[in-house]
Design a protein around this ligand. Structure first.
Ligand code: TLP
Length: 347
């Protein structure tokens, strides 16, 4: 089988042998009855890591975010969110379809909002307006280029939100990456949000699974809606076991992904027609622009595919690369060599 170097996403990883063994040996039960011991351990472990009272295992990051939005809001409420965020752009319009909310989008700096922007977006207490109910943040910020939310900004937003009765949800699909990159604990980030979603199937390399965490009362509501959305699962300890294995073995190694991403970004900065700011590559995501070169992003992606390298084109001019468990330092050098053959070095 041809060995592709797949840089399209960190979701493409395949379970390692150790993880497959953990899956095979998992104790299971019917999780809809709350009787799957492995799921229960995973939920307690993740709640503890995030410093929250409870957590619930769900199939995807999308379901995790949307359950949080559903559980925090009423139809007609407004949810303040950054305009390139995942829940707004890449979750199939679920906020409107499943919760009947409207998003109030604010443009951030590589995905990061300042509390002053949020302050201005709060609706007055007047029956002409929707009720501002929830603020959604994303750490790391995917479309922002894997940007880390500075914890001081999260704290300022949370401290601003509380006296106004506003809730804060954190899409922490890649919160592991933020924590490994900064050394700031997951619970330290999570303390500045009422609810947090985390994904096991991105940087951590599990085949599936996310969790939503928050207070007991909140998770109780999330549980009810998970059933309603068709997310109740049965002997799902086999998947929770993969998640537990990922948490135990794959968090620390994320720093290698960050080093590989930096190496890629620095190499790309020497290529003809590439606009990139390597200093903006903070974690495992690299976004760069090719509009100054002779090719569209999809033409470049096609040429790289011919060389066995898979990359993701966004629109006409942007490429996203993501490093992960299944690409090593040597693969990064191979990818850079291929970029060099296609683009050439800057003169
Ligand atoms: N992101 C995927 C795609 O959907 C774009 C990727 O390849 O990066 N929050 C964030 C910040 C995400 O990046 C993603 C997935 C999700 C939520 C949704 O997770 P899933 O795919 O499990 O529903």
């Amino acid at each position: 089988m041809k060995k592709w170097i797949d840089l399209r996403s960190d979701t493409v990883t395949r379970p390692t042998l150790g993880m497959r063994k953990a899956i095979a040996e998992a104790e299971v039960g019917d999780d809809v009855f709350g009787e799957d011991p492995t799921v229960n351990i995973l939920q307690e472990r993740v709640a503890g890591m995030l410093g929250k009272e409870a957590a619930l295992f769900v199939p995807s990051g999308t379901m995790a975010n949307q359950l949080a939005i559903k559980s925090h809001t009423q139809p007609g409420d407004e949810v303040i969110i950054e305009s390139t965020s995942h829940p707004y752009n890449f979750e199939g319009g679920a906020g409107a379809a499943l919760s009947g909310i409207q998003f109030h989008c604010l443009k951030g700096l590589r995905g990061i909002l300042d509390v002053s922007q949020i302050e201005e977006a709060i609706r007055p207490d007047d029956h002409h307006f929707p009720v501002t109910r929830l603020i959604c943040l994303e750490n790391t910020h995917n479309r922002g280029g894997g940007t880390i939310y500075p914890i001081q900004k999260m704290e300022a937003i949370y401290r601003f939100a509380k006296p106004k009765g506003l809730l804060v949800h954190l899409d922490g699909a890649r919160l592991w990456n933020a924590s490994v990159a900064t050394g700031i604990g997951l619970h330290q980030y999570a303390q500045w949000a009422d609810s947090v979603s985390v994904c096991l199937s991105k940087g951590l390399g599990a085949p599936i699974g996310s969790l939503v965490a928050g207070s007991k009362a909140f998770i109780d509501r999330v549980h009810r809606f998970r059933k309603m959305f068709g997310g109740g699962m049965r002997q799902v300890g086999i998947l929770a076991a993969a998640g537990l294995y990922a948490i135990e073995h794959h968090i620390e190694r994320i720093k290698e992904d960050h080093q590989n991403a930096k190496r890629l970004a620095l190499g790309l900065s020497e290529m003809e027609g590439v606009s990139i700011e390597p200093q903006h590559v903070e974690t495992n995501i690299i976004i760069f622009d090719v509009s100054q070169g002779g090719m569209t992003a999809s033409q470049l992606a096609e040429k790289m595919r011919e060389k066995g390298i898979l990359i993701h084109a966004f629109g006409k001019a942007q490429i996203r690369l993501v490093t992960h468990l299944d690409v090593n330092e040597e693969d990064i050098e191979t990818a850079l060599k291929a970029f060099n053959e296609v683009l050439g070095k800057r003169q």
